[in-house]
Ligand binder design. Structure first.
Ligand code: ADP
Ligand code: MG
Length: 416
């Protein structure tokens, strides 16, 4: 049987940095309810039994998922994060038994590394939130498996994989994502966050980054990976006090410094991802020349300038955007990246700004490039996808050099 080994573990404790360490060894579309709804979101901690009972999720046996993924075949690995590997599989839509490959419902099965005991908490957090939150921009969780030491999660399959792969992976299957698609992904993921922050959900996502944004066949964005999500502050409180967790580069500076978590921390992370989409560059990259390794520090002086903005725009999408559109996208990113949390916009306002930007660039971009929508997604799935660049804030911290500008994290670090 296949197994996926990772030296990283997601858990509640201080932040994690990028630079993944794990590897999957050889042996080893449903767009959600259009009417966003939340049945009930707990503001008080619940027991594992309560969480599992109250969710509308299917409980799978380990055997069914083993057959559905053809024994967790290495060539069906869709991606890898801090939790473990994600495998493609097939089940019968009515009976939920394993189906022959290519028939029935396509699923993505996330399998917790069994050596990572801390992962149980994140596994339960995903069930707690995704078992109750429904929105077109959140991935749908179909079920879970809890059997002996096995912890798995079963999601709808997202045929286009992660935004990370589309933005940063260089392969014949990953063409540069066109500007219009980037804006659509920005809008979709902003709507997902805005929903989480709304009074209906009151959730802080805490791990917004390109590898956690998945794309369906139309390149509509859905947030996945709720392992670090937290209930927002209780009434009358300004923040939630937590151990610092997340991913270096994406975590807001005040959260890194104090552990005080607010929805504005997610807004900062959104600004980071928007900047990555504008520039086509990772927020942290030790392979870039010194002075350019930290995207935010490098790009900031160019972002608000009509003359200089072209220097930082992704060269692969030249000609697809208007100057006004590029400047508008940059101005949204600058506001989200404001060091002062209160100066950052609410996600609701970001959605409004991105809707306007999508419309204006739609009018401009009659000649903008189109993605190869006919591309064979099964061919794309031949590629293993993992967030090899993330440096988790957590126990793997010592293994990796700290990014140039990353604040020192004093608390014990874990990661997601
Ligand atoms: N539902 C899905 N459909 C397709 N690919 C997926 C799906 N869920 C995850 N993946 C792939 O697996 C990677 C890791 O998934 P993620 O949920 O972020 O795991 P982790 O909790 O370990 O970080 C993603 O970046 C993506 O490439
Ligand atoms: Mg992830």
């Amino acid at each position: 049987m296949g197994s996926c080994w990772s030296s990283r573990v997601k858990a509640e404790s201080p932040l994690h940095h990028g630079a993944a360490s794990s590897s999957c060894r050889k042996d080893g579309n449903n767009s959600g309810d259009l009417s966003s709804r939340v049945s009930w979101v707990p503001q008080t901690p619940r027991t594992e039994g309560e969480i599992l009972q109250s969710s509308n999720l299917k409980s799978f046996s380990f055997n069914v998922l083993t057959v559905a993924t053809r024994n967790f075949r290495p060539d069906s690995v869709l991606g890898e994060g801090g939790f473990g590997c994600v495998f493609k599989g097939w089940i019968d839509e009515q009976t939920f038994v394993a189906a022959k490959p290519g028939t029935g419902l396509v699923i993505a099965v996330k399998r917790l590394n069994t050596e990572g005991i801390q992962g149980h908490k994140e596994w339960l957090a995903e069930i707690n939130y995704l078992g109750q939150l429904y929105h077109p921009n959140l991935v749908r969780l179909i079920g879970y498996c809890l059997e002996d030491e096995h912890r798995l999660l079963v999601y709808e399959f997202m045929p286009r994989g992660s935004l990370e792969n589309h933005l940063f992976r260089r392969s014949s299957y990953h063409h540069p994502l066109p500007w219009k698609i980037r804006l659509r992904v920005a809008l979709g993921s902003a709507k997902g966050l805005a929903f989480l922050h709304s009074d209906r959900a009151k959730v802080i996502y805490r791990d917004f980054k390109t590898s956690n944004i998945l794309l369906d066949s139309n390149y509509d964005a859905k947030l996945s990976d709720f392992g670090l999500a937290k209930d927002g502050p209780a009434a009358g409180k300004s923040h939630v006090s937590t151990r610092v967790m997340g991913t270096y580069g994406y975590a807001a500076p005040e959260y890194m410094a104090t552990g005080h978590l607010t929805a504005r921390s997610d807004v900062y992370s959104f600004g980071v991802v928007l900047l990555e989409m504008i520039c086509g560059k990772r927020v942290m990259d030790k392979n870039r020349p010194s002075g350019e390794q930290n995207l935010i520090e490098w790009a900031k002086p160019f972002l608000a300038s009509k003359r200089k903005i072209f220097h930082i725009m992704d060269a692969r999408i030249q000609g697809q955007y208007s100057l006004a559109g590029a400047l508008k996208a940059a101005s949204i990113a600058i506001k989200c990246l404001s060091p002062e949390p209160k100066a950052r916009p609410l996600m609701h306002d970001v959605v409004t700004a991105l809707e306007q930007l999508n419309e204006s660039e739609e009018r401009f971009g009659a000649t903008a490039g189109q993605p190869n929508l006919g591309r064979d997604s099964s061919a794309a799935s031949k590629y293993r996808r993992r967030s090899a660049n993330d440096i988790y804030i957590g126990k793997s911290l010592a293994s990796y050099p700290r990014p140039v500008h990353a604040p020192v994290v004093h608390a014990p670090v874990v990661h997601a």
